[in-house]
Design a protein around this ligand. Structure first.
Ligand SMILES: C[S@@+](CC[C@H](N)C(=O)[O-])C[C@H]1O[C@@H](n2cnc3c(N)ncnc32)[C@H](O)[C@@H]1O
Length: 267
C-alpha cells in the first residue's frame, strides 16, 4: 500500500491551524487564569482608599505624620486580596468595632476604615508601639486624613504594645467583632495576643491571624484548633490567613490541656 502524501497546500493549512490553536489557548490562559492585578482587585473600593492603596502597592513614597515624604519598603504589607477579604468580611457583618494589632504603613488599616466608611458604621482601633519611630507615622497619617471627614470617633490609634493595650481595653469593657493579629510575629507574642484579645472578641466575632506561612503562627493556630473549642475555624480562600469565629465563651476547666502540633514546615 502506498503512503499517503499530503499536498503542500494542506500541510501549510494544518500548520497555520495548529499555530492558531496554540495562540488562542495561551490567550485564554492569560485572560482567564492569569492572576488579577491590584487595580482589578481593589476596584470595589471607594476612590479615596483605592488611590492611596494603589500608590502604596506601587511602592511610591508616602507622607508621614511629620509632614515629610518617606520611601517605603515593599515587603511590609498585606496582599490586595487579603485586604479585600477583610473589607468584604466587614462590609458583610457590619461590625460596630474592629481592632488590629500591628499597623506599619497601614494597608490593613485602610481596608478596615474603607469598610466602616462604606457601612457608615463602625469604629476602628489600630495598635502599634513603633508607628512613628519605625514607620514614620505613614499608616497613621493616611488613617487620620481619611477619617477626618467622617465622625470623629471612627478611628483610634494606640501607640503602645498590644499586651499593655489589651489590659486597658479589657478594663474599659471594650468588645470587638473583628480582631486582626499582625503585630510581633514571634510564637509567644502571637499566643499572648490571642490569649489577651480572645476575651475582647464578641461572641459571633472573628479573630484573624496573618502570616500563616510562619512556623510561629502555624503553631499558635494549632494550639487554638486543639484547645480553644469556643473558636471554630472558618474556611477562607486565602492562603496566608487563618480565621476563627467565637461561638461561645471560654468554658474550659482549670486543668484543661490538649496536645497540639508544633509546626515543622520550613520558613
Ligand atoms: C507586619 S507589620 C503590620 C502590617 C500591617 N498590618 C499592614 O497590613 O500594613 C507588623 C507590625 O507590628 C508592629 N508591632 C511589633 N510589635 C508589636 C507589639 N508588641 N504590639 C503591637 N504592634 C507591634 C510593628 O511595629 C509593625 O508595624
Amino acid at each position: 500500500m502506498k503512503n499517503k502524501v499530503a499536498a503542500p497546500g494542506s500541510l501549510a493549512k494544518n500548520f497555520i491551524v495548529r499555530l492558531f490553536n496554540i495562540y488562542t489557548t495561551r490567550m485564554r490562559r492569560l485572560t482567564n487564569g492569569a492572576p488579577k492585578s491590584a487595580e482589578e482587585i481593589l476596584d470595589p473600593l471607594d476612590a479615596r482608599f483605592r488611590s492611596i492603596l494603589l500608590s502604596m502597592y506601587r511602592g511610591e513614597p508616602q507622607p508621614g505624620t511629620d509632614g515629610q515624604i518617606h520611601p517605603i519598603d515593599r515587603t511590609t504589607k498585606i496582599s490586595p486580596s487579603q485586604g479585600m477579604w477583610l473589607y468584604d468580611l466587614c462590609v458583610s457583618i457590619k461590625p460596630k468595632a474592629t481592632l488590629e494589632i500591628g499597623m506599619a504603613y497601614g494597608y490593613s488599616t485602610m481596608f478596615f476604615i474603607a469598610a466602616a466608611a462604606k457601612n457608615q458604621l463602625g469604629h476602628h482601633t489600630a495598635i502599634d508601639p513603633f508607628q512613628r519611630s519605625r514607620w514614620q507615622g505613614i499608616g497613621l497619617a493616611h488613617a487620620q486624613a481619611l477619617t477626618s471627614t467622617t465622625t470623629s470617633d471612627s478611628f483610634r490609634f494606640i501607640e503602645d504594645r498590644s499586651d499593655r493595650a489589651a489590659v486597658d481595653l479589657g478594663r474599659s469593657d471594650s468588645i470587638f467583632e473583628v480582631i486582626f493579629i499582625d503585630g510581633n510575629h514571634r510564637f509567644d507574642d502571637v499566643l499572648v495576643d490571642f490569649y489577651l484579645y480572645a476575651p475582647l472578641c464578641a461572641v459571633g466575632g472573628y479573630i484573624v491571624f496573618d502570616d500563616i506561612w510562619m512556623r510561629s503562627i502555624q503553631t499558635v493556630v494549632a494550639f487554638v484548633r486543639a484547645n480553644r473549642a469556643e473558636f471554630v475555624e472558618v474556611p477562607v480562600g486565602q492562603s496566608n490567613i487563618r480565621v476563627f469565629r467565637k461561638v461561645r465563651r471560654d468554658a474550659r476547666s482549670w486543668r484543661h490541656f490538649r496536645k497540639f502540633d508544633v509546626s515543622r514546615s520550613s520558613n
